[in-house]
Design a protein around this ligand. Structure first.
Ligand SMILES: Cc1ncc(COP(=O)(O)O)c(C=O)c1O
Length: 400
């Protein structure tokens, strides 16, 4: 039998993808599953971007590009970062990857020696800890508590910094909690980081554009400009431009770091496809007016879910400030019994119960390293959400 590497022994498959696949399989068997597990917008890629991709193929953009990504796209990213974020970069400080996912992984492979530590606030996106482990590092999980609105306490961060700490990950707006770090929270964290000059900040800004009305997005490099040369800003076309399948994202940071990441990229995947790169230029250059419309839909849907969840005795949910998820606490249901006599021992049991009894797929909080929570994705139609909440309410009433 093929020998599978030891380093994979503790790597978990993405639970969000597993739930989505299970939902799809049940749908395939004829079950009327409503999937609230997806991490991608339900809108199609805007037409001007699709057209740019089609044109790119006809115009011969079908070949390898530079390892760092084509220069016109990197220049466009430089302009975007200047215009939207007041950050100043040169094109050699930008790397284009196969989605933000690859950019993040390249950063880990390029910087982690065995045993190096990466501070990851939990609840967190499913892939950070596994990427760190795959790259030979050690994920150091620091809980961002509900009482703090799911934001990191800078004192707890400082307590976990060691001489091996290489990175701290900040993901705002956060998947799964939807929290958006305000400027003063970044400044408080920056104060800690100034005392630890070897720690870099991995700023995962992929949900930047999806912030709800009245909420202001910022990023560490902007909030604390003196730390900008210790920040890797990671962003993506997946969420704001509904381009998850195009696999295109980017990173911006100090030139030596970007160079090292490009070295990894040169020997592994090369950058995102040439076609997606041309389409990404159009995404940045073209009209942006559809983004507020997407945000409005996500906002209304999320408000609806939060209101409904908070009407269920035993569940509660803070109103997120961005992204398109509702992250609810379901501790009140742990220990209850289903009509079939099965005890709901944890969030995974509850998610499975909803799948089996209510035909609704949600992701257990454990996937995000937060027990007794569930994540509901609002990236589906309002009709689906209304029906799903009816089913969930009914299923909850059946639990003793
Ligand atoms: C927080 C976060 N970072 C990164 C990614 C990956 O994005 P991309 O599609 O650009 O690889 C996701 C996707 O779900 C995400 O939720």
């Amino acid at each position: 039998m093929t020998h599978i590497a030891q380093k994979l022994a503790h790597i978990k498959p993405s639970q969000t993808k597993a739930i989505s696949q299970m939902a799809a399989a049940l749908k395939g068997q004829g079950r009327e599953i409503i999937s609230l597990s997806l991490g991608e917008p339900d809108f199609n890629t805007p037409e001007n971007i699709i057209e740019a991709g089609a044109r790119a193929m006809r115009e011969g953009h079908t070949r390898y590009t530079l390892v760092a990504g084509m220069l016109p796209l990197r220049e466009q990213v430089v302009e975007k970062l200047s215009k939207d974020n007041h950050l100043s970069y040169e094109p050699d400080q930008i790397t284009i990857g196969t989605g933000a996912k690859q950019v993040l992984y390249n950063a880990m492979v390029a910087t982690l020696d065995p045993g190096d530590e990466v501070i990851i606030p939990t609840p967190c996106w499913v892939s950070y800890p596994e990427m760190v482990s795959l790259a030979g590092g050690v994920p150091v999980l620091v809980e961002s508590r509900r009482e703090n609105g799911y934001m990191l306490d800078p004192r707890e961060v400082e307590a976990r910094i060691t001489p091996r700490t290489k990175w701290i990950v900040i993901n705002s707006p956060c998947n799964p909690t939807g929290v958006v770090y305000p400027d003063d929270q970044f400044k408080a964290l920056a104060e800690v980081l100034r005392r630890h000059p070897r720690v870099f900040v991995l700023s995962d800004d992929v949900y930047e554009k999806l912030v709800y009305p009245g909420v202001i997005f910022t990023t560490m490099a902007k909030a604390a400009p003196d730390l900008a040369d210790r920040c890797l800003v990671v962003n993506s076309f997946s969420k704001a431009y509904c381009m998850t399948g195009w696999r295109i994202g980017y990173g911006a940071g100090p030139a030596p770091l970007i160079k090292a990441m490009n070295l990894v990229q040169s020997q592994t995947t090369s950058p995102g496809s040439s076609i997606s790169q041309v389409a990404a230029i159009e995404a940045l250059q073209g009209p942006q007016d559809y983004i507020p419309r997407f945000v409005e839909h996500f906002h209304q849907r999320t408000q609806f879910i939060v209101e409904k969840v908070n009407q269920i005795d035993g569940m509660d949910c803070l109103m997120p400030q961005g992204a398109f998820y509702a992250f609810l606490n379901c501790s009140g249901f742990i220990g209850r019994t289903s009509p079939q006599g099965k005890t709901i021992s944890n969030d995974i049991d509850l998610a499975m119960y909803f799948m089996e009894s209510a035909n609704v797929a949600v992701v257990p909080g454990s996937a995000f390293l937060a027990e007794n929570h569930l994540r509901i994705s609002c990236a589906t139609s309002m009709d689906n959400l209304v029906e799903a909440m009816k089913r969930i309410e009914a299923a909850c009433r059946q639990l003793n």
